[in-house]
Design a protein around this ligand. Structure first.
Ligand code: ZN
Length: 488
């Protein structure tokens, strides 16, 4: 990895994917160009030309989509610049540029239907959308482009906090619940090192937290395919993830210190993660238990009108929990190899009661329970249909354990990386809005919020996700933190 020049390594990604997917069964990568490097902000003009080449003079209409937050960068010659002004200035040389500032009246913007409608209205008649901002603006731009067929999108990343810039899905808020919906691939993603390094260091540290989902989520994805609840697993994206995970640990302390080289490396890895998700055709490859825990906290924050926590911080702490859940499962199944699904755990009436008990206290209208039960009941039905297969997998567990264990990092190793990147290791580190009882609620009920099958669902149907079992997971998390601190 070098600084001072742009890194456009999509060719190496394509080569890796071609090797891992000789039959071409993955979703083709729709991203045309990835520009990651030092002082590359000015290349946004070339990017716009490349996706909309037919124009000359000022006839090309570009809408620059932003939120209200000012974003500053320090240029290599020491000037402090407003990034959004700079993008508008650079593009104005060859295009007719309109800046659309989105707001939903909250201090931070959310991806709601009305905000997306505003974005669509602003982008109507444009030739190119240039999104300048974080994950939220990027998601809105992709949804607006999905509603305006053929519309190219150039995304200028301003923080390395999440991985959703370079894929073809967006996270939206629907009835107070976060949902991932199809959108479009951006045509170009540009990450200028000076801009990203200028983001609040807490955001980039959170980006490391987001990365740690690759140490746990692929196992959930594989498990879901093993028990035939979700067959979308493909080894290709996992190969890509393994390749980009190499060496990231050495960068962890640098990310914590705001070292531009380390932040640039993180940026690169996050964009490749986006590609892995996009070609997988499912976010499941990087979104398992750890993301469910994060979504639970987001859901609660939205209902109580608290600020949304940093996604990557939540995911990082969630990854330690996920690893502990896996460790508990492996140990118990090794000790009790004749374990089978407990039929009572599949009873729909009892399950619906659990969903209400989890979510009604947050929302007396029952709207959230209804949304979650709709998803959870679908998963329960699927598990019930595949019950013989689930029991078959349990009966042959010793034949699957090795593969699954290889996809999950030891919990204390994940904890150690998070600590050295300076990002929360346990949920209670997330700040005053997440106390021990909130953390407990999020972990206990994370399986109930959507239809994604994870290790928590297998534990649930084994009747190993009762409060006493979650106590054990908490104790394992504490042990992982202690071992990480002791350098074990
Ligand atoms: Zn994420």
């Amino acid at each position: 990895m070098t600084t001072g020049s742009a890194l456009t390594g999509l060719d190496s990604v394509r080569a890796l994917l071609a090797e891992a997917d000789p039959k071409g069964s993955l979703v083709p990568c729709g991203l045309q160009e990835l520009i990651v490097g030092s002082d590359v902000l000015g290349r946004v003009a070339d990017a716009v030309t490349s996706v909309s080449p037919a124009f000359a003079g000022d006839s090309r209409r570009v809408v620059v989509l932003v939120d209200e937050t000012p974003i500053l960068r320090r240029s290599p010659d020491g000037l402090t610049q407003d990034v959004k002004d700079e993008v508008v200035r650079v593009l104005s040389a060859e295009s007719d540029v309109h800046r659309a500032v989105l707001s939903d009246g909250h201090p931070e913007l959310h991806v709601t239907a009305s905000v997306v409608d505003d974005a669509c209205a602003a982008c109507q008649g444009a030739d190119v959308i240039v999104a300048v901002g974080g994950g939220t603006i990027s998601d809105i731009a992709k949804l607006a482009a999905a509603a305006l067929p053929g519309m190219p999108v150039v995304t200028v990343m301003t923080a390395a906090s999440v991985d959703g810039y370079s894929d073809n899905v967006s996270v939206t808020l629907k009835d107070g619940v976060k949902r991932t919906v199809p959108s479009v691939w951006p045509d170009v993603v540009l990450a200028d090192a000076e801009t990203v390094a200028g983001a609040p260091s807490r955001m980039n540290r959170a980006g490391y937290g987001e990365m740690t989902s690759m140490y746990v989520a692929p196992a959930d994805w594989r498990l879901a395919a093993l028990v035939e609840v979700d067959m979308s697993f493909h080894p290709g994206p996992v190969v890509l993830l393994d390749a980009l995970g190499a060496g990231l640990d050495e960068s962890a302390p640098g990310i914590g210190d705001g070292d531009p080289e380390a932040v640039q490396r993180l940026t690169w890895a996050l964009t490749l993660r986006g590609i892995a998700t996009g070609v997988a055709g499912s976010t499941a490859c990087l979104s398992g238990v750890e993301h469910l825990v994060s979504h639970m906290l987001d859901l609660r924050a939205a209902q109580l009108h608290l600020p949304t926590g940093l996604h990557g911080e939540q995911v990082g702490a969630g990854s330690v929990i996920a690893a502990c859940a896996w460790e508990m499962l492996h140990e118990r199944l090794a000790a009790a190899p004749a374990s089978r699904v407990v039929p009572a755990t599949l009873d729909p009436d009892a399950a619906e009661e659990l969903v209400h008990a989890a979510f009604d206290p947050l929302d007396r209208t029952g709207r959230i329970s209804h949304e979650c039960w709709r998803d959870y009941s679908r998963k329960l039905t699927r598990i019930t249909e595949r019950l013989p297969r689930v029991n078959e997998v349990l009966a042959g567990w010793s034949g699957h354990a090795g593969e699954l264990q290889a996809m999950v990092r030891p919990s204390h190793v994940i904890a150690r990386g998070l600590a050295s990147a300076g990002t929360p290791v346990v949920l209670e580190d997330l700040g005053p809005d997440v106390d021990a009882s909130t953390a407990r609620w999020a972990v206990q009920n994370c399986g109930l919020m959507r239809d994604r099958f994870t290790v928590v669902d297998l534990l649930t149907v084994l009747d190993w996700w009762q409060p006493a079992d979650v106590d054990e997971v908490e104790a394992r998390v504490n042990d992982a933190v202690a071992r990480a601190g002791a350098g074990a």
